[in-house]
Design a protein around this ligand. Structure first.
Ligand code: NAD
Length: 411
C-alpha cells in the first residue's frame, strides 16, 4: 500500500483508540443504520479525528463527501486514507483560496441533504450560489463559535433557509474542545512553529471566551505572565479575578513577547500595535479566520518578509525591529500542529453524530433557524465520556431528589 495512505490509516487507528465515546456510538449506529439514504456534505478540518467521525457516519449508513474548512488544516495522509476507503474527499494542505471554494463546490455538487459545517462557509455558499439545493435539505450542524455567529446573523436577516444545530453550544463542546482543546493545541502549534520557551515570557491573550480561558490557563501553567485583553466587561472581570492582568491592547502591545488572538473578530492586532511591539514578538492566531491579525497592514508596514522555517515568517519593520507570524495568521493549532487531541474531539464529534440523528428524528418538524441540542443529548455525551475515562459519579437519593424539587423546607 502507498506509504501516505498507510500513515493516514495508522493515524486514524490511533485516534479511534482515544475516541472511545464516539466509537461506542459507532457500534450502535453500525447495527441500526440510522443514516441510511442520507447524503452528508461536510466542511470540517480534515484531521484524523474528523476521519473517525466520517467513518462513524458511513458505518451508520450515510454517504459522505468532505472538503476542508481551512486552507492550511488538512492532514494529507488522512485525506488519502479516507479517499482510499471510498469517501469523496476534497482538500489538501496549502490550498489556494480558489481551490478552497472549488472544493466546497464539489461537496455541493454531491447534493447533500445534511450539512456539517465548521465556520459556515459551506452553508453560506449554498445560500448564495446554490439555492436549488435548499429545497431538499433536512438540516445542518455547525461546529464552531464563528459559524454560530454567522448563522445567527443569517437568521436575524431572515436569510437562513433550513434548521441548523449549534453543536458548538453543547456544554460537552465549547466548555471542553474550545477550552481544553484550544488551550493545549494552540501552545502545541506555537512550539512546533517556533520552539520558543514559554516560561518567563509575557503572553498577551486577546479574548477571554472559552478558547481564551483555555489558552491563558495553559500559558500560565508553563510559567508565562499572562495579560488578557477583552471588550466585554464581565469576561474582563473574570480574567482579572482569575489573576491575570487586564488592559487594552494599546497598553499590552509594547509588553508582550507572544500575542495570541482568540476573539472571532477582525483587526484585533493592527498597525498601531505592530509599531510599538518589542523586537522578536511572536504573533499567533487561534480564532477561526485569518482576520484577527491585520495581515494587509503588517505586509504593507514591513520592509521585508521571509520564511524562517515552516509556519514561521519574519517581518522586518522600518524601525529595524522584527516580528514573527505563525502559520500565516491562520489557526495555529491546526495549521502548525495537528489540532485538538482525539479525546476532546471525541466529545465534539459525538455531538455532531447525535445532532445528525436528531435532525433525522425531527425531520420536517424544525423551523429554519439555529437550534440547540436537547440537554439530555449533551448529558448522554458527558456520561459516555465519563465512562470512557473510567469515572463514576454519585446518584441523587430519593430524599435528595425530593428536597431539590420542593420549596417548603428551609432552615
Ligand atoms: N483553534 C481552534 O481549534 C478553535 C476551536 C474552537 C473555536 N475556535 C474559534 O476561536 C474563536 C473564539 O471562540 P470562543 O468559543 O472562545 O468564542 P467566545 O465568543 O466565547 O469568546 C470570544 C471573546 O473574544 C472577545 N472579543 C471580541 N472582540 C474582541 C477584541 N477586539 N479584543 C478583545 N476581545 C475581543 C469577546 O468579548 C469574547 O469574550 C472563534 O473564532 C471560534 O470559532 C477555534
Amino acid at each position: 500500500m502507498n506509504k501516505v495512505i498507510e500513515q493516514g490509516r495508522n493515524n486514524l487507528e490511533l485516534a479511534e483508540k482515544n475516541m472511545t465515546a464516539l466509537m461506542k456510538l459507532r457500534a450502535d449506529f453500525s447495527k441500526r443504520k440510522p443514516f441510511k439514504d442520507v447524503r452528508i456534505g461536510m466542511a470540517l478540518h480534515i484531521t484524523k479525528e474528523t476521519g473517525v467521525l466520517v467513518r462513524t457516519l458511513r458505518d451508520g449508513g450515510a454517504q459522505v463527501a468532505i472538503a476542508s474548512c481551512n486552507p492550511l488544516s488538512t492532514q494529507d495522509d488522512v485525506a488519502a486514507a479516507l479517499a482510499h476507503e471510498g469517501t469523496a474527499v476534497y482538500g489538501h494542505k496549502g490550498e489556494t483560496r480558489k481551490q478552497y471554494y472549488d472544493y466546497l463546490k464539489k461537496v455541493i455538487a454531491f447534493k447533500p441533504n445534511i450539512t456539517i459545517d465548521d465556520g459556515c462557509d459551506l452553508v453560506t455558499e449554498i445560500h448564495k450560489n446554490h439555492r436549488s439545493l435548499l429545497k431538499g435539505m433536512i438540516g445542518g450542524c455547525e461546529e464552531t463559535t464563528t459559524g454560530i455567529i454567522r448563522l445567527r446573523a443569517m437568521e436575524k436577516a431572515g436569510a437562513l433557509m433550513y434548521p441548523i444545530i449549534a453543536v458548538n453550544d453543547n456544554d460537552t463542546k465549547h466548555l471542553m474542545d474550545n477550552y481544553y482543546g484550544t488551550g493545549q493545541s494552540t501552545i502545541d502549534g506555537i512550539l512546533r512553529a517556533s520552539n520558543v520557551l514559554i516560561a518567563g515570557k509575557t503572553v498577551v491573550v486577546a479574548g477571554y471566551g472559552s478558547c481564551g480561558k483555555g489558552v491563558a490557563l495553559r500559558a500560565a501553567g508553563l510559567g508565562a505572565r499572562v495579560i488578557v485583553t477583552e471588550v466585554k466587561p464581565f469576561r474582563a472581570l473574570q480574567a482579572a479575578m482569575d489573576g491575570f492582568s487586564v488592559m487594552p491592547m494599546r497598553k499590552a502591545a509594547p509588553l508582550g513577547d507572544l500575542f495570541i488572538t482568540v476573539t472571532g473578530n477582525c483587526e484585533v492586532l493592527r498597525r498601531e500595535h505592530f509599531r510599538v511591539m518589542k523586537s522578536g514578538a511572536i504573533l499567533v492566531n487561534s480564532g477561526h479566520f485569518d482576520t484577527e491579525i491585520d495581515l494587509p497592514a503588517l505586509g504593507s508596514l514591513a520592509k521585508k518578509r521571509r520564511r524562517v522555517r515552516p509556519f514561521l515568517d519574519e517581518y522586518s519593520l522600518p524601525s529595524g525591529k522584527i516580528v514573527y507570524l505563525v502559520a500565516e495568521g491562520r489557526l495555529a493549532n491546526l495549521a502548525a500542529a495537528e489540532g485538538h487531541p482525539s479525546e476532546v474531539m471525541s466529545m465534539s464529534f459525538c455531538g455532531q453524530a447525535l445532532a445528525v440523528e436528531y435532525l433525522l428524528k425531527k425531520r420536517g418538524g424544525l423551523a429554519p433557524g439555529v437550534h440547540l441540542l436537547p440537554e439530555e443529548i449533551d448529558l448522554k455525551i458527558s456520561r459516555l465520556q465519563l465512562s470512557a475515562m473510567g469515572v463514576s459519579i454519585d446518584k441523587l437519593t430519593e430524599k435528595q431528589n425530593k428536597y431539590l424539587s420542593g420549596w417548603q423546607e428551609g432552615t
